[in-house]
Ligand binder design. Structure first.
Ligand SMILES: C[S@@+](CC[C@H](N)C(=O)[O-])C[C@H]1O[C@@H](n2cnc3c(N)ncnc32)[C@H](O)[C@@H]1O
Length: 150
């Protein structure tokens, strides 16, 4: 009896974590600047954006070409985590990017990265959910979302 109550509570905790992006990703984003993780990311994905998915830098570049990104474009990166791939695309193609994600530690990391890459004038980090975007209609030239289901 005790065991089943306990496992029900664990199921509850797991279900809450999987439905709440902050519970699921916040700790991970705070730890993602560890040298060993950045080294692994560089080796596996080709970048060091503290990415939390499977999209490689070269796939991100292909997305940029497919979207025909160019300077002056305004890109939305939905579910951007720590800013990948939006910040990479802004750097590579010269566009502006708004990153949006419900996890605030990701937004903080994305802003710091934009500063380091001299992209602060071309980047805005927004904390929010895909189902309730705080933007007027048709204000983006392109939208990207990498490893996001929402
Ligand atoms: C697997 S991570 C990918 C992050 C980033 N695109 C990358 O490649 O590193 C998925 C991200 O989607 C975000 N997310 C989950 N539900 C969301 C929603 N409803 N709206 C916007 N973002 C959401 C999470 O907070 C998380 O940062």
């Amino acid at each position: 009896m005790y065991k089943s109550c306990n496992s029900a509570r664990q199921d509850d905790d797991m279900s809450r974590a999987s439905n709440d992006p902050d519970a699921r990703f916040s700790d991970r984003y705070q730890a993602s600047s560890a040298a060993a993780l950045l080294e692994a990311e560089l080796e596996v994905l080709g970048g060091d954006y503290q990415a939390n998915g499977y999209t490689t830098l070269s796939q991100a570049e292909q997305i940029g070409f497919a979207l025909r990104l160019q300077p002056g474009d305004r890109l939305l990166d939905l579910g951007s985590g720590c800013g990948f791939p939006g910040l990479y695309l802004a750097d590579r193609f010269g566009c502006s990017v708004i990153t949006i994600d419900p996890v605030s530690s990701g937004a903080t990391t994305a802003s710091a990265r934009a500063d380091r890459d001299s992209l602060a004038d071309h980047h805005l980090a927004v904390i929010g959910m895909g189902a309730a975007l705080p933007f007027r209609e048709r204000c983006f030239d392109a939208i990207v979302h990498a490893d996001v289901m929402c």
